[in-house]
Write a protein that binds this ligand. Sequence first.
Ligand code: ZN
Length: 248
Amino acid sequence: MKQNRFAEIVKYCHLLDSKGFVANHDGNITICSGEGSLWATPTAIAKREMQESMIITLDTEGKKLSGPGAGKAFSEVKLHLSAYRARRDAKACIHAHPPHAMAFALAFAGSGMEIFIPEAIISIGHIIPIVPLALAASEEQMSGVATALSSSDVVLLAGNGVLSIGEDLEQAYLRLELVEHMAKVNYLMQVSDRVPTRLSSQQLETLLQKRRELGFASSGIVSDRGTASGDDVVKQVVENELRKLFGK
Ligand SMILES: [Zn+2]
């Protein structure tokens, strides 16, 4: 069982690398061991080099409990801890630097990323929050992550990529991958210099209702922002940004 889960961590590290979601020593993964500790990738390792024997065990404060001597906890573990504290349903957390999502978060820091594609809205919601620019794993960024995770399972961090949670590693990874894919779609729409076609409020509400029914809105922990009847402030910010973006 433990071996399977270690193999899974390695699999997703290699995937982050092969998909171009990390560079240098970027990115980190943790999963809950089920015994009050976390299994984690160590710091300062390129994700393509990751092996099961390198995995370390951390306590709930991010302190190393066991693992190979060379393996030290990564400094961004604070972001993971902040995520687990904010979301008790989270059992896995991934952080990476996928380029389209990173660029979007820097360009639109302080707002959110609107999702236009119906299927993706069901999976990850309508608005992906963007945590304002701050130093990596600073108090500001940690509290920004905690706040953002109250309305979404995946968040953009200006200057620091994407952080995603899930009930398992696969779910956390798929959310991160989808955010990067949507950021790419938004970028391609932007270069087309056309105003995007949007769903009607009624269509959007139908999708968000379906999302809730399918249990993708994290069992009521998440209150979707930006719904037709919900957080109009977020929606307004995004629309203003898009108006600037498309110059219309
Ligand atoms: Zn980072």
